[in-house]
Design a binder for this molecule. Structure first.
Ligand SMILES: C[S@@+](CC[C@H](N)C(=O)[O-])C[C@H]1O[C@@H](n2cnc3c(N)ncnc32)[C@H](O)[C@@H]1O
Length: 280
């Protein structure tokens, strides 16, 4: 079971859903929602966006199984300790059940989507990245090569499908109708003048701390211990080059994380039929 720190979520969600960049959430019809569940909400980064885009009297609930992350969920989101596969709500209690980067961390994502459908009277949505398609462009050439090497072994070593991205088949299999999915890109750039998070990121590279956190996964993905040590050595060297380039004000990095917003509707029984029964 992968655990996530509040720092990691802060760092990787930076700039995602900034005001003026929420067009990808349009299919969630947030202005019309009254009860929204954000499942696997972590520190509530998406939940607070949902709270600001829904009507003032709407209720937004953030659910997660990690109490440490839930403790960071900001008002007015209501935090609830819960498992995604057994939500503590009555059938059809919400009119939107949504998750972000949750399905990629579950061994049985279909079971979760089925549970979301049970809890919703209207929409179910998933915002999921394709971690195999992440790209990094960097002014420190070794960074592109080393991150690609680590990513490849990481994707192979994680026991869940972190490349899921678009989930229309899963949604249809769960019985949802009118399923739509669209790709968007979360682009994170580092360029001068560098802010505190960029400086922290460079320090992390120079110590290889995040790579160390992934050691077991990379070994599970087929990397030998010697290959890991060699990668770690090169990674720290690359990190020192990044720190040096930042000091000179010449470091630039652009990371693109493709993510997909999939939305489906709970069938009402009036004119709706599950796609399977239409043979679609
Ligand atoms: C990658 S984080 C995403 C957090 C948040 N949605 C975001 O995008 O910032 C995955 C989250 O799912 C939670 N999680 C994983 N499995 C879960 C489960 N079975 N039930 C509830 N939460 C779960 C983790 O605790 C973590 O907070």
């Amino acid at each position: 079971m992968r655990r996530f720190s509040a720092d990691y979520l802060d760092d990787t969600r930076r700039g995602m859903w900034s005001p003026g960049d929420r067009e990808a959430l349009a299919p969630l019809d947030l202005a019309e929602r009254s009860v929204v569940l954000d499942v696997g909400c972590g520190t509530g980064k998406l939940s607070s966006v949902l709270a600001s885009e829904t009507p003032a009297d709407a209720q937004v609930v953030g659910l997660d199984r990690d109490p440490a992350l839930l403790a960071e969920v900001p008002d007015p989101v209501h935090p609830v300790l819960a498992d995604a596969l057994s939500l503590p709500v009555a059938d059809a209690r919400a009119d939107l059940v949504v998750c972000q980067a949750l399905l990629i961390n579950l061994p049985d994502p279909l079971a979760a989507v089925e549970e979301f459908q049970r809890a919703s009277s209207d929409l179910v949505a998933a915002v999921e990245p394709d971690n195999a398609a992440v790209t990094v462009e960097s002014s420190v050439a070794a960074e592109e090569r080393l991150t690609a090497r680590a990513r490849e072994r990481f994707v192979d070593g994680v026991p869940t499908d972190v490349t899921l991205g678009a989930a229309p088949d899963l949604f249809r299999e769960a019985g949802l109708v009118d399923v739509e999915t669209r790709r968007h890109d979360h682009v994170r750039t580092v360029e001068p003048p560098y802010d505190e998070s960029a400086l922290e990121g460079a320090k992390r590279k120079a110590t290889a701390s995040r790579l160390d956190d992934q050691r077991e996964t990379l070994l599970d993905g087929g990397m030998s211990e010697d290959a890991f040590e060699a990668l770690r050595h090169e990674w720290r060297e690359m990190g020192r080059d990044v720190v040096e380039a930042m000091t000179a004000g010449t470091y630039r990095r652009r990371e693109t994380v493709p993510f997909f917003v999939t939305v489906g509707r709970v069938p009402t029984g009036e004119g709706d039929s599950a796609p399977d029964s239409r043979g679609a």
